[in-house]
Write a protein of this length. Structure first.
Length: 516
């Protein structure tokens, strides 16, 4: 029998990890819970200064939300978990934060993250690593595990019951990976649906604000409020295109989760490229259980191929690092942010010295590594062989998905050559969210798991980056547990703009998992 990962994870023998019984707790109760848990988990780096309990009838009244520390808030610092922004407080709220406040949500604090969103394990933070609230059952229950990155603080805060919902950002898997590790659902929306205005940029063509929640229903409620066209965001998709993409007559008219066969007629693709050699075999058992239930309740399982997938990880790190090197050039010790006093003997008149000393001290090792990689990829000697080639791979990956889906990509309506969907294609794609369960934090030792302090950290994104490169909606859903008793997530991916359909089917999967 499958049990919801968020329930099993929360009710560990330790009282530290119990979940609040009520979702309508007052601000004082939530503040007490954060005080009890946060010192151990290090999930929140700033706590909101006001209780802010709302008793109004607004859509998100009594809903408590944590905000990732790279999303601007006017009432709390926005440090991106970096020393270079340690003193920065934004004069304005990001659009998504403003919409939350206007809808009655209570902001409880800012969530820890990998510095500027660069990382898969939430270990590259000036505030220290985030500890996963879940514990293994294989004799290593005292080993501290990674909450995943870069939105690990957001995931841990939700999983530990510090908040109902948390906003994160997803560039190459930074919401879906922590959601999988922490046993909660996490959505990366279609690129361009949620405003990025007020988000500190890492890689503009990939960054998406996403939502982690205690269940899919509350994610859907929050998404419906935040999914609005924003004229301040140049990447925000116009309302007409959103409406065209959202129309899914088949899902709306033929899928009823009150029937005996709620998934009847759905075609769900299983890409064989998403089972690499690095995949832990214990991940497969929960996935097979989910596939079996989908089939039992009417879905057709279809093997598919996305042939460009093996090149996705390499293309992602070239593109994201190149964009990061450009975006982070503004942190130079002159315009704003940290400025380091030059040591004796340094020429204070030389701008290059100010840049060098400030950036060397203000940026952590992973950010420095990606800036150097990106600067090289954009150099005259490497541009064609690396950056342009990575963009060509990205185009192939998008084409793979378009060829796989039954619905056409609504973004093609903006081009001179609109494309139709594949009539023999699938409605959704399903695959493991991660290649393994949560690994130990680098300072921990384990006889059964590899240390997170290695190049293995980069491989964690291997299953999530294709959807990011294609800009598609993807949600990780708790599916069960690995052999070590830690949560396992499966990801559901849809065509661009089909976020509502993805959420509807994800909610249906969540329901059948809870009753079996």
């Amino acid at each position: 029998m499958l049990v919801s990962a968020k329930i099993r994870c929360s009710f560990r023998p330790q009282n530290l990890y119990r979940r609040l019984e009520s979702t309508h707790a007052t601000g004082a109760v939530w503040r007490s819970r954060i005080a009890e848990l946060n010192e151990t988990l290090n999930a929140l780096v700033h706590v909101a200064p006001e209780d802010g309990y709302s008793s109004s009838k607004l859509p998100l009244s009594n809903i408590h939300v944590a905000i990732k520390d790279n999303i601007c808030t006017s009432t709390m610092p926005t440090t991106c978990s970096s020393a270079i922004l340690q003193q920065f407080t934004s004069p304005f709220d990001a659009t998504v934060v403003r919409l939350l406040r206007e809808s009655g949500a209570t902001i409880v604090g800012k969530a820890n993250c990998d510095e500027f969103g660069m990382g898969s394990l939430n270990t590259y933070s000036a505030h220290g690593p985030v500890v996963n609230p879940c514990r293994s059952t294989d004799g290593e229950s005292n080993v501290k595990r990674s909450a995943g990155g870069s939105s690990g603080g957001s995931a841990a805060a939700v999983a530990a019951g510090m908040c109902d919902v948390a906003l994160g950002t997803d560039t190459g898997g930074s919401i879906r990976l922590p959601a999988s590790y922490c046993g909660i659902p996490g959505l990366k929306p279609s690129y361009g649906l949620l405003s990025r205005w007020g988000v500190v940029s890492y890689a503009d063509s990939l960054d998406c604000i996403g939502i982690l929640g205690k269940d899919v229903s509350i994610i859907k409620t929050t998404f419906d409020i935040l999914s609005q066209f924003d004229p301040k965001d140049p990447t925000s998709v116009p309302s007409a295109v959103r409406e065209s993409a959202a129309n899914d007559l088949y899902i709306d008219q033929n899928t009823s989760f009150d029937s005996d066969k709620p998934f009847a007629g759905l075609r769900v693709g299983i890409p064989h490229e998403y089972f690499p050699a690095e995949l832990d075999h214990s991940i497969l058992h929960p996935l097979k259980d989910v596939l079996g239930l989908l089939q039992k309740y009417g879905a057709a399982l279809v093997p598919i191929s996305l042939p460009s997938t093996p090149y996705a990880l390499s293309a992602y790190y070239v593109i994201s690092s190149a964009e990061a090197s450009s975006n982070l050039a503004r942190y130079d010790g002159i315009e704003y942010g940290l400025r380091v006093d030059l040591p004796p003997g340094a020429d204070k008149r030389k701008t290059s010295d100010v840049y060098a000393y400030t950036r060397s001290q203000g940026f952590g090792p992973e950010v420095q590594r990606r800036i150097l990689l990106g600067s090289y990829a954009l150099s005259a000697d490497a541009f064609d062989n690396y950056f342009l080639q990575a963009q060509r791979v990205r185009k192939l990956i998008r084409s793979d998905f378009d060829n796989a889906f039954r619905s056409p990509n609504a973004l093609h309506s903006l081009s001179a050559t609109p494309r139709t969907g594949n009539p023999n294609g699938v409605d959704f794609i399903i695959h493991p969210s991660a290649i393994r369960t949560a690994p130990p934090l680098p300072d921990e030792t384990s006889s059964t798991s590899k240390s997170a302090n290695s190049l293995d950290a980069y491989v964690q994104d291997i299953l999530t980056v294709p959807a990011s490169l294609a800009g598609l909606p993807a949600i990780s859903i708790p599916a069960g547990f690995g052999d070590d008793g830690l949560p396992v997530g499966v990801s559901l991916v849809g065509q661009w703009g089909k976020d509502s359909s993805v959420l509807k089917v994800a909610e249906g999967i969540e329901r059948i998992l809870q009753v079996h």
